[in-house]
Design a binder for this molecule. Structure first.
Ligand code: BGC
Length: 756
């Protein structure tokens, strides 16, 4: 299995090289020739990306967009679904525009297409790069079978801010893991050859720092030192460039007080000059016109600012289309600025093979055969089981036996539309199971599952409405006491209670920030009532962010965080609940004890007055809560247990040109098979700038049978020890380093070595 995956990775890498070597000269000649024929208006038209949401549902296409396509004023369209409607518009571009330039069709294929994989935050909890790469590959096969050749993914914004709803769309708080996931996703989407019918162009977003908004409020101000950007937030974006991502998307926020979309330092000096990105940059939705609200000037001014900054394509703002001609005549932008952007977009279309065959991704036969297949669903189900994090399992309530009576309660227990999770544009929720349905299937006639909703999402109907949009509504108009009583009655009749609770799927995602992170009031009250029955309880916590769960940890014996597991979530949850699969997910976000600890993250700096224990006057701590989290980064239990025997270092000195090895033997000491994620952390003890108390520098996911041991080896070389110093040079500095190995960031064994 491992050999297979190494071979696959090598193949991808080799082919990526070949793909890079795409006949550049030939492409240049083709584009020179085409651009030689283009008018100024046609060039500006390529920079325009309108939305086609209004077109999806209608059988006739919107006259306005069609008119613009015919006039050569559209470079691409996004978020429309289905070969037929996409083909109709491609035909307009190819047959009725003067130069027949094909459109590029994009979509937010974020965590799968109709086969929906777990939300990206959950995916990261699997730490399974092969499976994540495969999820992107499957997403790509399905999306390209349905006419899409460009996805607005991966979203790689580092996030230490659980109030921010879009934590759900990223890969958690760690730059090393985030970089690995970014690479895997891009390999999965783009494969070896972008012109292949089954691969699509990736778009790394949101560049940059979108995951660090003040107070966790979406779109809010970001302010950060350059040292922090380069060391802690930029690595996954840079990994995207290195992996050959075809495009980047700007973020909505300011960087150094200039919106990313108009920030030349970011889009040109860092992204292109420093990192060597050679694809194109698209704005986020109306990010150009939003610069007016940021106080950067009128539409003409901000559009020129964006183009000059190095932004190539305007999503929905109509800023480029409406003002660039005038800006050119007034000398505010140059022909070279416009040509550069136009060329980059034409190059993307060329690499996708659209000039060879504009209908390459529009094969209706493929759409019928390759979407939501049994094999794809099986992959999604398996991966979902790897993303669930078992936070505690007192008295081994889990796994459940298939016998007796099971009370399934809670607002997430019998909903279909909430299973796939936020940003699943192509989901076909009608085809997915609710947990209630899956659980009945899972037990067959061996046990009885009794269901009661028990409560609404929360008492406040308005809050629930705003958290259950886009067809996810689930409000029950019965009085709270009636719903609760029904659940308690059922619980009393049963042997065990499974409480499916937490957030509905639209309570995370875009524009879904929260100021509190606890389980919502009505659900907490229901949990208390259920606890009073004295029956064992399993809490399945659905969530798109870290949750504050002090009461639950004290009072509910077993807690399994299930996030949003995608189209196959319900079956996957049953696989784990009934023990067909042992949970193996590990937290990629730190779980706080209170919202007041936020931002809380494992790889922080030391203060001058660190405090390992609570409370101590004149040290860095709180009066009312310890510094440490409820659950640390990297944490997660299994149905089996793992022992880490003595770790070793091959040497206690290392030369900058050499390497050493850290080794540890991990043994499955329980009585069932399980997977474990072995983690390596390093601390640079003394530096020219303050260095984090630990940083993830390696991990390996291993599966062990009962009694089986595995020697896990991590190679440490200078590359792993490098960081950006105060001058933003990437260096490693001689001195002492501490190496930590363990099952999470807290429970580690430590050894030291010196870099000569
Ligand atoms: C989001 C992006 C998304 C875009 C296009 C924006 O609102 O921020 O993540 O790709 O819309 O749908």
């Amino acid at each position: 299995m491992r050999i297979k995956s190494i071979v696959f990775t090598l193949a991808v890498a080799l082919c990526a090289l070949t793909a890079q070597a795409v006949d550049q000269a030939k492409m240049n000649r083709f584009i020179d020739d085409l651009m030689g024929k283009m008018t100024l208006q046609e060039k500006i038209g390529q920079l325009n990306l309108p939305v086609t949401g209004d077109i999806i549902t209608g059988s006739t296409v919107s006259g306005d967009v069609v008119g613009k396509i015919k006039a050569g004023q559209v470079g691409g369209l996004f978020n429309m679904k289905g070969v037929q409607s996409i083909r109709a518009l491609q035909e307009v571009a190819v047959k009725q525009s003067r130069l027949h330039i094909p459109l590029i069709f994009g979509m937010d294929v974020i965590h799968g297409y109709e086969t929906v994989f777990p939300i990206p935050l959950a995916l990261s909890m699997s730490w399974d790069m092969d499976a994540i790469r495969n999820s992107a590959r499957i997403a790509s096969i399905e999306a390209t079978a349905d006419g899409i050749c460009w996805t607005f993914s991966p979203m790689v914004d580092i996030c230490r801010e659980p109030r921010w709803g879009r934590m759900s769309e990223g890969n958690g708080e760690d730059p090393f893991l985030g970089s690995a996931i970014c690479r895997a996703m891009i390999q999965g989407y783009q494969g070896a050859d972008l012109a292949d019918q089954t691969t699509m162009m990736a778009c790394v977003k949101h560049f940059a720092l979108y995951g660090a908004p003040e107070a966790g409020r979406d779109y809010n101000t970001v302010d950060m030192s350059h040292v922090r950007m380069f060391n802690e937030y930029f690595p996954p974006y840079k990994a995207g460039v290195d992996a050959g991502a075809g495009s980047f998307m700007t973020s909505f926020n300011v960087i150094d007080y200039i919106p990313a979309t108009g920030n030349r330092w970011l889009m040109t000096e860092v992204l292109r000059d420093r990192w060597g990105f050679d694809g194109f940059v698209v704005t986020d939705y109306t990010a150009i016109s939003e610069m007016i609200n940021h106080g950067m000037g009128d539409l003409q001014t901000v559009s020129a600012l964006a183009l000059k900054a190095g932004t190539d394509m305007d999503m929905v703002a109509d800023g480029f289309l409406g003002t660039l001609e005038q800006s050119l005549s007034e000398g505010k932008v140059t022909m070279e600025d416009i040509d550069k952007a136009c060329r980059r977009i034409l190059e993307a279309k060329y690499k996708l093979g659209l000039f060879d065959d504009p209908y390459r991704y529009l094969d209706a036969k493929r759409a019928k055969k390759e979407i939501y297949t049994d094999a794809n669903r099986a992959a999604a189900r398996k991966l979902a089981t790897e993303t669930f994090v078992l936070l505690q399992n007192k008295d081994n309530v889990l796994p459940l036996e298939r016998k007796g009576k099971i009370a399934l309660v809670g607002p997430l227990a019998n909903t279909r539309a909430n299973m796939p999770g936020t940003w699943s544009v192509a989901a076909a929720s009608d085809r997915y199971s609710t947990l209630f349905e899956a659980m009945q299937r899972a037990v067959g006639n061996k046990a009885e599952v009794m269901y009661a909703k028990g409560c609404n999402v929360c008492y406040d109907a308005e809050l629930e409405k705003n958290s259950t949009m886009f067809g996810r509504e689930m409000r029950d108009e019965r009085p709270a006491s009636v719903m609760r009583d029904e659940a308690v009655r059922i619980a009393n009749e049963c042997d065990v209670i499974v409480a499916a609770m937490g957030e509905p799927s639209e309570m995370s995602g875009e524009s879904s920030s929260r100021s509190e992170l606890t389980i919502l009031d009505a659900q907490k009250d229901l949990l208390e009532a259920l606890k009073a029955t004295g029956k064992p309880i399993v809490l399945l916590n659905f969530s798109g962010r870290a949750t504050v769960m002090n009461w639950e940890v004290e009072n509910i014996p077993t807690i399994l965080n299930v996030w949003f597991g995608g189209s196959e979530a319900a079956d996957a949850i049953c696989d784990v609940v009934f023990g067909d699969v042992s949970p193996s997910g590990k937290l990629t976000v730190t779980m706080p004890r209170s919202v007041g600890q936020v931002p809380i993250y494992y790889n922080h700096l030391n203060t001058g007055r660190p405090n390992p224990k609570w409370f101590s006057k004149f040290t860095s701590n709180y009066l009312d809560v310890p510094n440490n989290p409820l659950f640390p980064f990297g944490y997660g239990l299994s149905y089996t247990s793992f022992e880490y025997s003595h770790m070793t270092l091959s040497s206690n000195t290392m030369n900058a040109s050499g390497s050493i090895q850290a080794q540890v033997t991990v043994t499955n000491t329980g009585n069932r098979e399980g997977a474990e994620v072995v983690q390596l952390y390093i601390r640079d003890m003394v530096g020219s700038i303050a260095r984090p108390v630990q940083e993830l520098k390696g991990f390996e996911r291993i599966t062990l049978k009962p009694g089986e041991s595995r020697l896990v080896t991590f190679t440490i070389d200078a590359e792993l020890l490098k960081f950006y110093n105060k001058d933003l040079n990437y260096v490693c500095e001689p001195g002492d380093f501490e190496v930590m190995v363990g099952p999470n960031s807290r429970d580690v064994q430590r050894l030291t070595f010196t870099l000569k």
